[in-house]
Structure formats: structure tokens, C-alpha cells
Design a protein around this ligand. Structure first.
Ligand SMILES: Nc1nc2c(ncn2[C@@H]2O[C@H](COP(=O)(O)OP(=O)(O)O)[C@@H](O)[C@H]2O)c(=O)[nH]1
Ligand SMILES: [Mg+2]
Length: 448
């Protein structure tokens, strides 16, 4: 017997209106108890008194959804209450005392919607992403995925794969006859084409995942170059300690923010100083910080290399990290001499700024925004891969497909194709995903 679940679906705390959602076979019964037997027709808003015995709980708007035409596919009742803690507590007390009722777990409403065939897994994940979206671009991506663009793509691939599989299985079904190699060869162009499509999708620079999780920007440079000053300036608040004592920043400090509509995580790091690599006391701590800074530089999407323009030479430990994903910033332009400026003359795109007077900062932001756009921009209508879970399944599917191309017999080829189709099916939840569900829905909040 399925339990009936309930939860506050709007944000907790005082509000104009709060929404409590109840879903399950007994949702109609509790509605009847709460409203003293008043009839509610489905999909109509009713203004009803809710009672706890003799006591009025609230005068609320109630909407009943009859199965299967509801979010979860079950009977659903939405109570639009006055957003008061006392009102919600009273309603919860009554609901808790109803037979078969219990509080919902995180993501349980969406999980039921998936289990009742109302949506596939990519759409369920898109709902979580939409709720979490903080920027326009994240919202657009989640909406696109929710509209089914991603499931259409993956299901389309799975169908093509199943056609190839059917063809190979037909060959196996004629065991008496000698099968010429040319027959299995006929299945190959379709598989090769599919391999190319999946590879291209996988090879998209992790755009979708970056958009979802935030682009990683890391600020790297020698001690006292002004890294923390620059991070504070970009963050618009003091997130990192600025001081003229080198080695002040030890651990990596991550600051989430939005730049030109894209979510980024800006990381301040310890200053690179090769001579500080030691094993004891102050040096040991600092060298650990430097190790972490270097590790971040490796995994960052964009590196911001900061140089102290007033230093006698340019820091080679920093300059060594220069590549196509790096931006070069020369700081302390307020104190720089023409001779010092000459040190950077060979770097064509260096931006001179002063974190102190803020000169050059808006120019730097322009350069940074252009770089972010270059990394993130997706042609309109392009469907991006959004999750590591999908990437993993696609990589697996692709591996099996390549294997199938070299299979020594139609039987082994068919087996590879079956495994590949299964990997694709796991993305949308078409095939056995029971083991995945707990992991996927754990990310949701209660009431969703
Ligand atoms: N004159 C000048 N001093 C700066 C500028 N930016 C930072 N500083 C100073 O340089 C020192 C080191 O700055 P900080 O941001 O802590 O550098 P970090 O070690 O790279 O994080 C501090 O005393 C800052 O006040 C700048 O643009 N001009
Ligand atoms: Mg610092």
C-alpha cells in the first residue's frame, strides 16, 4: 500500500501564501476530514475552511488533482494557506494523524512522478536544476532540458542503436547458413555514425556541466602581487585578507559569483614562491598552500595570472602557467615605472590594472567577460550535456559501440550493442535504474 506523503512545498518561514502538497491514495480522505466532507471538484480552486475538530485552521484555497492528471500521477491536494508557522503546524498535526500519511522525503514528489511515468530522469533532474538556477543561463538550460530536448536526443540514439541491434540479431537467427562477413559489415556505417554523434556531444568542452556547476576561475600569482585585492574587488566585498605580509593567503578561498550572466566560482590562492617549499613550520604550511594553488590552476577553466608590476622581474613560476586559458594581469599600475612596464612588453594581451585605485579594472572585466563567453557560449538550440552522470553513461555507451565495430562475431557484436543501449537507457531511466534513484533524488529538497 502506497503511503500518502505531505510537505511544505514553498519556502519555509513567514510568507503571504504557503503551499502544502499532499500526494497519495489517501489524499482525498484527509481533504474530506479537513473540510468536513465538502466536495472538491478536480482542477478547480475552492475557497474552503480547514478544521482540526472544532477549531478552524485556516480559510484556504484548495486544489484537488485526480489521478493520473497530477504532478505525481497520484491523487494530489494542494493547500494554499496563509503563510504562518502556526497555520502550517496545525495542518501538519492533522495530516500526521491521518491513516497512511507521513512527511515526504527530499525529492519524493518528483520521484513518484518518475515512477508513475510522468517524466523521465533527465526531466526530473532538470526540475532540480531549475529550482537551483541562480542565473539566466542556468535557468534557460534547465528549461530546455525540462522540455525534453535531452531525452529526445538520447532516446533517438537508443532507437538507432536498437535498429542496428535488430539487424545483427537477424543475422544470428540464420545459424544454418554460412554468414558472410559482408552482412555484419552492413551494420557498421550506422554504428560509426552514432559513434561520431556521441563523441561530438561528449566533446563539447563540458559547457553544460560548467553552466550548471559554475565556471572555475582561479587567481594565481606571486605573493603580494595583489591577488586577494583583485578577488575582493571582483567580489565587491572583503572575502580574502589583504596584507603586505607575504604568505597571508594559505588555503584556496572559493567565491561564487555571476559575471555577464554566467555562474562562476572565483578562487583566491596562496602566492607561488618556489623557495618556500620546505618541510617545517611556516614553510610547511605555505608549501601546502602553494601545492593547492598549483592543483587548482590545473583544473581551472580560466586562469587569471596576476603579476606585481612594481617587482624587479616578472615571476617565472606564474608565467610558466601561461596558456590559451590564461589571462595576464599586471597589477599596481598606480606605481609602475615605464621601465617596469617594459618587462611585459612581449605579452600582447596583458591588462594593466590597479586593484587599489581601480584603474583598468573595467577593461579587465571586459576581457574576462569575453573569455567567459568564448568558453561558455552555446549556439541557439544546441543541447548540452549537463551532468557527470550522463557523461559517464555516454562514455560507457561509446566504448561499447567502438568495441562492437571490431567484434569477431555477430553474437559478440550484438552483446556490445545491447550493453551500449542499456547505458543510454540508464540516462533517461528507461532501463534498470533502481540503484541510481536514491543518488539522484537525494539532491532535491523536501517538498519537491
Ligand atoms: N600600490 C598598490 N598596492 C597594491 C595594489 N594591489 C594590492 N596592493 C598591496 O599589495 C599588498 C599585497 O596585496 P594582496 O592582495 O594581499 O596580495 P596577494 O598576496 O597577492 O593576495 C597589500 O599591501 C596591498 O595593499 C595596487 O594596485 N597598487
Ligand atoms: Mg592573498
Amino acid at each position: 500500500m502506497t503511503e500518502t506523503i505531505y510537505a511544505l512545498s514553498s519556502a519555509p518561514g513567514k510568507a503571504g501564501v504557503s503551499v502544502v502538497r499532499v500526494s497519495g491514495p489517501a489524499a482525498g480522505q484527509s481533504l474530506s476530514i479537513l473540510t468536513r466532507g465538502k466536495t472538491h471538484s478536480p482542477r478547480k480552486a475552492h475557497l474552503s475552511y480547514l478544521y482540526d475538530g472544532e477549531q478552524v485552521i485556516d480559510h484556504a484555497m484548495v486544489v484537488l488533482f485526480a489521478p493520473p492528471a497530477s504532478f505525481t500521477g497520484e491523487t494530489v491536494v494542494e493547500y494554499h494557506l496563509h503563510g504562518s508557522r502556526a497555520v502550517i503546524d496545525s495542518l501538519f498535526t492533522v495530516l500526521a494523524s491521518q491513516p497512511g500519511h507521513r512527511l515526504a522525503e527530499p525529492g519524493e514528489f518528483t520521484r513518484r512522478a518518475f515512477e508513475n511515468g510522468k517524466m523521465d530522469l533527465t526531466k526530473a533532474e532538470a526540475i532540480a536544476d531549475l529550482i537551483d538556477a541562480e542565473t539566466q543561463s542556468q535557468k534557460d538550460q534547465a528549461l530546455q532540458q525540462m522540455s525534453g530536448a535531452l531525452s529526445a536526443l538520447y532516446e533517438g540514439w537508443r532507437e538507432r542503436l536498437i535498429k542496428s541491434l535488430a539487424y545483427v540479431e537477424a543475422i544470428i537467427d540464420f545459424p544454418d547458413e554460412e554468414i558472410p562477413d559482408s552482412e555484419t559489415a552492413k551494420a557498421k556505417p550506422g554504428i560509426e555514425l552514432l559513434c561520431a554523434d556521441i563523441s561530438a556531444h561528449l566533446n563539447d568542452n563540458r559547457r553544460g556541466e560548467r553552466l550548471r556547476d559554475g565556471l572555475k576561475l582561479v587567481v594565481i600569482g606571486a605573493p603580494n602581487a595583489g591577488k586577494s585585492s583583485l578577488v575582493n574587488l571582483l567580489a565587491g566585498r572583503d572575502v580574502a585578507i589583504v596584507s603586505d605580509i607575504s604568505g597571508t593567503t594559505r588555503d584556496v578561498i572559493d567565491v561564487p559569483m555571476t559575471i555577464t550572466g554566467y555562474p562562476v566560482i572565483l578562487s583566491d590562492t596562496a602566492g607561488l614562491r618556489p623557495e618556500a617549499v620546505g618541510e617545517t613550520g611556516h614553510d610547511k604550511l605555505e608549501s601546502e598552500g602553494i601545492k593547492r594553488a598549483r592543483a587548482r590552476a590545473q583544473t581551472a577553466d580560466i586562469k587569471i595570472l596576476v603579476f606585481d608590476g612594481t617587482a624587479p622581474q616578472r615571476c617565472s613560476a606564474t608565467f610558466d602557467l601561461h596558456d590559451e586559458n590564461a589571462l595576464i594581469v599586471i597589477n599596481k599600475n598606480d606605481q609602475i615605472t615605464p621601465a617596469q612596464k617594459q618587462i611585459y612588453a612581449d605579452i600582447p594581451n596583458a591588462v594593466f590594472v590597479s586593484a587599489q585605485t581601480q584603474e583598468g579594472i573595467s577593461e579587465f572585466l571586459d576581457v574576462l567577460s569575453a573569455k567567459i563567453k568564448q568558453v561558455m557560449d552555446v549556439p541557439r538550440g544546441h543541447v548540452s550535456l549537463t551532468r557527470a552522470r550522463h557523461r559517464e553513461a555516454l562514455t560507457h555507451a561509446l566504448g561499447r559501440l567502438s568495441h562492437a565495430l571490431n567484434a569477431p562475431s555477430p553474437e559478440l557484436m550484438a552483446e556490445d550493442l545491447r550493453l551500449s543501449a542499456r547505458a543510454l537507457g540508464r540516462i533517461t531511466g528507461r532501463v534498470d535504474v533502481e540503484d541510481l534513484l536514491d543518488v539522484i533524488f537525494r539532491d532535491f529538497c523536501i517538498g519537491k
